[in-house]
Design a protein around this ligand. Structure first.
Ligand SMILES: [Zn+2]
Length: 220
């Protein structure tokens, strides 16, 4: 489904959203959902009259399994480099899982058969990738990143979410490494004045406002 000029949301991905950004030099894949989505993503690329070899970069907004799950399969199919934020790169590569919940996460990754991926590219605030600018939005994970385009479209991963009805949701405190920092990052994204938020879960959110209740401190 076309969600913005030159941006497709892959339909029916398991759990996390995946986006295809079309540029003059090829396709940027942003997030891959759970394992088992590679075929679906590749078919979506073909529907855009592009092929696997047109994928320039597979960008992962953060290391969580419901975003990186199909990255390895997609990399095998396309030969494209995998990129992730600097502070999430070690986790993707198989070391440096956060202490909190480490044992449970190891088990989840093993059950899902998600293996370590050595990232080819490490991204930081201000870097450019396929016509998008990288913005560090730490808190949900240490290395969470968002991608911003000149027209105000922002792909946020889990730093800022949608509810499925075009309304904003803040980052989930229970699933965030540092909930206070995650909330601050969510606010910082909205402070950029995005025209459209393309979240890691839920549907696109148009022109969110800093006063949105989803960004309020808990208990206020
Ligand atoms: Zn996440």
């Amino acid at each position: 489904m076309r969600v913005a000029d030159g941006v497709e949301k892959v339909e029916g991905t398991r759990v996390g959203n995946a986006y295809l950004c079309l540029g003059e030099d090829g396709v940027l894949v942003v997030d891959t959902g759970m394992p088992g989505n590679a075929g679906r993503i590749l078919r979506a690329i073909e529907r855009l009259d592009r092929g696997p070899r047109d994928v320039r970069v597979i960008v992962l907004t953060h290391w969580h399994p419901d975003h990186i799950g199909s990255a390895a399969a997609l990399q095998r199919a396309t030969g494209a480099p995998v990129a992730i934020g600097a502070f999430d790169a070690p986790v993707l590569a198989g070391h440096g899982l956060p202490a909190r919940g480490r044992r449970a996460m190891r088990l989840i990754l093993a059950i899902l058969r998600i293996h370590a991926i050595e990232p080819d590219l490490v991204l930081r605030t201000g870097d450019g990738v396929g016509g998008w600018e990288v913005v560090d939005v730490p808190g949900h994970t240490a290395g969470s990143i968002a991608l911003r385009r000149g027209d105000g479209v922002v792909i946020t991963g889990d730093a800022l979410l949608g509810d499925g009805h075009g309304r904003l949701r803040g980052p989930d405190p229970g699933l965030s490494l540092d909930p206070a920092q995650a909330r601050a990052s969510a606010r910082s994204i909205v402070a950029l004045g995005p025209s459209l938020v393309l979240p890691g879960h839920g549907s696109p959110v148009r022109s969110p406002r800093p006063t949105d209740p989803a960004l309020a401190e808990p208990g206020r």
